[in-house]
Structure formats: structure tokens, C-alpha cells
Design a protein around this ligand. Structure first.
Ligand SMILES: Nc1nc2c(c(=O)[nH]1)N[C@H]1C(S)=C(S)[C@@H](COP(=O)(O)O)O[C@H]1N2
Ligand SMILES: [Mo]
Length: 537
């Protein structure tokens, strides 16, 4: 029995408890850094934080994922990783304190975490099998060993082993090896930090080939260039979204905790499946040797709320997907083809299913290599991604694509479809007020109200603005580039003093007026009208 158990806790006993918890924290730190170092040798995606994070994302219900995207935006992944680390810190402190009393239980606790990390890594869709268990396993074994060693220094039973210099330990009544603990803990922290730094730099150098292949990619001129954007397509109003979204401002939505860095020289795309009479495997050179098309296409996320930011317009360069499919012998369902679903698969295991009919109906569905005149950024799918104008990204815009399988909707549900989202999801006709901003305080007089409206593959024919409960008034529509791009609009508003609500609605070329009926983003995209409240001074 230790002194601490006979009497009320002494300062020394409390210190010992704190150091036990600290040992847990150090062991946890060692587990992560060692695991990430091993992962750098195996696969960065097999590291515990990424693997567990990915597993959490995969198991998150649609509504929660949607809430996360809405609340945290592109920071959703940072928030998730911070959350995982916070949980780990708490558990590490607890395991450390526990192992003061029960060293075996402590070790078992550490190994349990290792097992969770290993299982998550092996269970990932892009896992390469049992090797992916290694990082978490090695990390956990290292951590268990370290915890054993550190808590050994804190043991109070038996005579004081004395300090490293042979003098008796000076702490009265507590026979633990204070100096030994400090030395071991410091060494462990330093070694872990070293492992962390080394793992980082190895991970970075593992991407060198991919980075070089992107730097070396020169996009040829498109044989079929984008139709010149009419001059009137750009409206000059301060605060309106630019007609072409700069690449660095283009929204990003995906499940990738680590952006896949694909070496374009090793990249291949396989096209196969039902009704594919001549399966094909393409390299990047094969793609570059084909006629390239360049098109402005507006891309929208199904998680975009009414008035939200997840929409952007870019100039994409690539090859026509319908031509490739036709070469492979694929026939659309309307012409008797058996496959009605095209499933695109990415290097990180994402699956995205699009209707074959839409891909082959004459619209500019493409495999894109470039965005706004440059190779795709890694975040946006380098080296090749898919785009189908008129469909939300989750059913059309597979990034880091490596496989296209022709199948049926009956036979296969893609990633998001298994998570409550609709099988088919054409973009809903939408409009947004970019300026004035909500709760702005413009001066009375003429106030420019302006924004964008989109109905890809149908085209926008009309935008109207309503002030409070007044009549709908025709806004000035900028010239249309193509029916696959958004259109800017503006309205010179004679603003009078007081609070006012501005509401916008668009009408697409099928005559469909944007509905006032509000729906949530799940399962097939938000509907409703965007309103902004301002106070005119
Ligand atoms: N591999 C992969 N491709 C993906 C996704 C993904 O999570 N993984 N997300 C899709 C979704 S939901 C959208 S809206 C678009 C977004 O493309 P962007 O990030 O280039 O804007 O990519 C699509 N392609
Ligand atoms: Mo999306």
C-alpha cells in the first residue's frame, strides 16, 4: 500500500497522479508520431488520424455531414481532426492515470486504441490490405512500452531506487524515481517530436513525383475552344460574383482528409462494364492526344443552401466523355443500351454515379484536365476529374478519377446514395443576391442589387426582384455565355429609408419559375428563394 492510500492525498501523491496522466499523454503523442512515421513508409492515408477521420466521415449521417459543411464550410475537416485529437487527449490522460494502479490495464487500453486505428485503416475503401494496420499497430506497441516504462518510474512500492547519480531520491515518503521519470519523459517527448518531424518530411517527399508531374504538364490548346464569352456577360457592379470564379476562390467539397497527390505519369483510367464492347485503359498521354474541348461550366454542390457559397463557374479543358464512351461501344439507354448508370471511382475510393443518358445526350460532359487555363489543382482533382453540366457535383464531378464502370442503378448504389442522398440529382434552378449583403446599411437613393442565377443545361431566361411584398420586377440579365453557365443580373433599386426585404427568383428556359417552397439540401438539393434584409439610411 502506498502512503497516498492510507492518508488524504498529499501534494506528492497528487503530483504522482498528474505525472501518471502526463505519461498517458506522452504515450499518446508517441503513438501518433510513430504511427505517422510508419504511415509515411506504408501510405499516408493509413495513418490513424486520417483513417479514423475517414471512417467517421463515412459513417456520418447525411444530415450531420450537411450540418458540418454548412457550419464549418471548408474547415469541416479541420474541425473533425481537432475533435478526434481532443478525444484522444482525454483518453490518453485517463489511460495514464489508470496505468498507475493497473499497468496491464493501461497497456491494454493503449493497444485497444491501436486496434481501432488499425481496423479503421484496413477498412478504408482505398485500403491496400493488412499492411495498412501497421502504422497504428507499431504506434500502439511503442506507446504501451513507453507507458510501462514511465509508470514504472512512478511506482512507490519498494525502496527508493535513488536518483541517476546514486543519491537517494529526495522526495520524502514517496519512493518513486523522480529523476528517472524526468529523464525518460524528456527523452520520450524529444524522440516523439523527432519522429513527427521526420514523418512529416517523408510524407512531403512522397508527393514529389506528383508535384513534378503537375509542374511538367503543359496543356495543349483546345481543338474546340470555349465560345468567346459575350462582352455583355460581365456586369460591372461592386460586390457581384465574377463571371469566372478565380481558381483559388473556387469552393471545395470532398471527403478527402489528405488531398490525393496522383503522379500523372503513372495515372491510368479504365473504362469497362456492362455494354462496354471495347474496354479501354487510358494514360494521360492518351487523353492529351485526343481533341480537347474547352468550356465554361458552372458547378454546384447539393449541400449548397439557398443563397449559399458552394457554386462556382470555371473554364474547364478536357475531352468529351460521350465520344470516349461511344468508342468503347457504349450505347445510351434510349438507344437500347443496357447500362443506365456510369459509376466513376476515384483513387481515394469515392464512387459517383451519373445517368448514362445525361452523359451521352449531347451536353458537354467531360473528363477535365485543366481549370482556368492551368492543370487542375490537386484539391480539384488532378490529374483528371469528371464534369457533367446540369448535375450536382456528388452525381457527376468525380475528382482524382481512375475508373469508369458502366452498370445499372438497380445493381449499384454509389457512396452518397448509400447515405440518404438521391440517386439522380439535376441542379435546381436557383438565384442568389450577392450585393447588398444581409444587414447592410446602404444610403437612400439608387442601390445596385446584383447577383447570379443558374440552371445548368437548361439555361436562365429571366430574373426578377421583389422589394418587401411589392410586385416582381424584371432584373437586367447579363448576356448568356452558354446554358451551362450562370448568368449575372442586376437591378437599380430606388431605395427608401427603413428596413426592407429583397427577394430574388429565376425562371429557366423550360419556363419553370424558381419555387418559393423551401426544402432542405437532403436528399436532392435545397429549393426556395434567397432573401436579404437591409436597412436603408
Ligand atoms: N473523389 C471525390 N470526388 C468528388 C467528391 C469527393 O468527395 N471525392 N465530392 C463531390 C462533390 S459533393 C462536389 S460538390 C464536387 C466539388 O468539386 P470541387 O471541390 O472541385 O469544387 O466534387 C465532387 N467530386
Ligand atoms: Mo457536393
Amino acid at each position: 500500500m502506498s502512503e497516498a492510500e492510507k492518508k488524504p492525498p498529499t501534494t506528492a501523491a497528487r503530483l504522482r497522479f498528474v505525472l501518471g496522466a502526463l505519461s498517458g499523454l506522452l504515450a499518446g503523442f508517441a503513438a501518433l508520431t510513430v504511427a505517422e512515421l510508419v504511415a509515411a513508409g506504408v501510405r499516408p492515408q493509413a495513418g490513424p488520424v486520417v483513417a479514423v477521420g475517414g471512417a467517421v466521415i463515412d459513417r456520418t449521417p447525411a444530415a450531420v455531414k450537411d450540418w458540418a459543411i454548412r457550419t464549418f464550410g471548408t474547415d469541416d475537416k479541420l474541425v473533425l481532426q481537432t475533435g478526434i485529437l481532443a478525444v484522444l487527449v482525454v483518453c490518453a490522460l485517463a489511460v495514464g492515470a489508470l496505468s498507475l494502479r493497473h499497468r496491464l490495464l493501461g497497456a491494454a487500453g493503449v493497444l485497444l486504441f491501436g486496434a481501432v486505428g488499425s481496423a479503421a485503416a484496413v477498412g478504408r475503401p482505398d485500403s491496400e490490405g493488412a499492411v495498412d494496420a501497421l502504422p497504428s499497430l507499431v504506434g500502439a506497441v511503442a506507446a504501451a512500452g513507453l507507458l510501462h516504462l514511465l509508470t514504472g518510474r512512478l511506482r512507490t512500492s519498494g525502496p527508493s531506487p535513488g536518483g541517476a547519480d546514486g543519491h537517494p531520491d529526495p522526495s520524502p515518503g514517496e519512493g518513486w524515481d523522480r529523476r528517472g521519470f524526468v529523464v525518460a519523459a524528456t527523452a520520450a517527448a524529444a524522440a516523439s517530436a523527432g519522429a513527427g518531424v521526420l514523418g512529416r518530411s517523408l510524407n512531403g517527399s512522397g508527393d514529389k513525383g506528383a508535384v513534378a508531374s503537375r509542374a511538367g504538364l503543359v496543356l495543349p490548346a483546345a481543338g474546340s475552344p470555349a465560345s468567346p464569352t459575350p462582352r455583355g456577360a460581365r456586369v460591372r457592379v461592386a460586390g457581384i460574383s465574377p463571371f469566372v470564379t478565380p481558381t483559388e476562390d473556387f469552393y471545395r467539397v470532398d471527403t478527402a482528409l489528405v488531398v490525393p497527390k496522383v503522379d500523372a505519369r503513372a495515372w491510368r483510367l479504365r473504362i469497362h462494364g456492362t455494354g462496354v464492347r471495347r474496354p479501354l485503359t487510358l494514360s494521360l498521354d492518351d487523353v492529351l492526344a485526343r481533341e480537347l474541348i474547352e468550356r465554361h461550366i458552372t458547378l454546384t454542390c447539393v449541400s449548397n443552401e439557398v443563397g449559399g457559397p458552394y457554386v462556382g463557374n470555371a473554364r474547364w479543358i478536357g475531352v468529351r466523355l460521350a465520344d470516349l464512351l461511344a468508342e468503347c461501344g457504349v450505347v445510351p439507354p434510349s438507344k437500347g443500351g443496357r447500362a443506365d448508370q456510369l459509376v466513376a471511382r476515384s483513387v481515394d475510393g469515392m464512387t459517383i454515379g451519373s445517368p448514362v443518358e445525361d452523359v451521352m445526350d449531347g451536353r458537354d460532359a467531360m473528363l477535365a484536365l485543366g481549370m482556368n487555363g492551368a492543370p487542375l489543382p490537386f484539391e480539384h482533382g488532378f490529374p483528371v476529374r469528371m464534369l457533367v453540366p446540369g448535375l450536382y457535383g456528388y452525381v457527376s464531378a468525380c475528382k482524382w478519377i481512375e475508373d469508369i464502370e458502366l452498370t445499372t442503378f438497380d445493381a449499384y448504389d454509389a457512396y452518397w446514395v448509400r447515405r440518404d442522398w438521391a440517386r439522380e440529382a439535376p441542379v435546381k434552378t436557383q438565384s442568389r443576391i450577392d450585393t447588398p449583403k444581409p444587414f447592410a446599411r446602404p444610403k437612400a437613393g439608387t442601390v445596385m442589387v446584383a447577383g447570379v442565377a443558374w440552371a445548368q443545361s437548361r439555361g436562365v431566361d429571366r430574373v426578377e426582384l421583389r422589394v418587401d411584398d411589392g410586385p416582381w420586377q424584371e432584373a437586367t440579365l447579363a448576356a448568356e455565355d452558354t446554358r451551362d453557365t450562370w448568368r449575372q443580373w442586376s437591378f437599380p433599386w430606388r431605395a427608401t429609408r427603413g428596413a426592407h426585404t429583397l427577394t430574388v427568383r429565376a425562371t429557366d428556359r423550360t419556363g419553370q419559375v424558381q419555387t418559393a417552397e423551401r426544402t432542405r439540401t437532403v436528399p436532392d438539393g435545397a429549393s426556395g428563394r434567397h432573401s436579404v434584409v437591409v436597412t436603408v439610411e
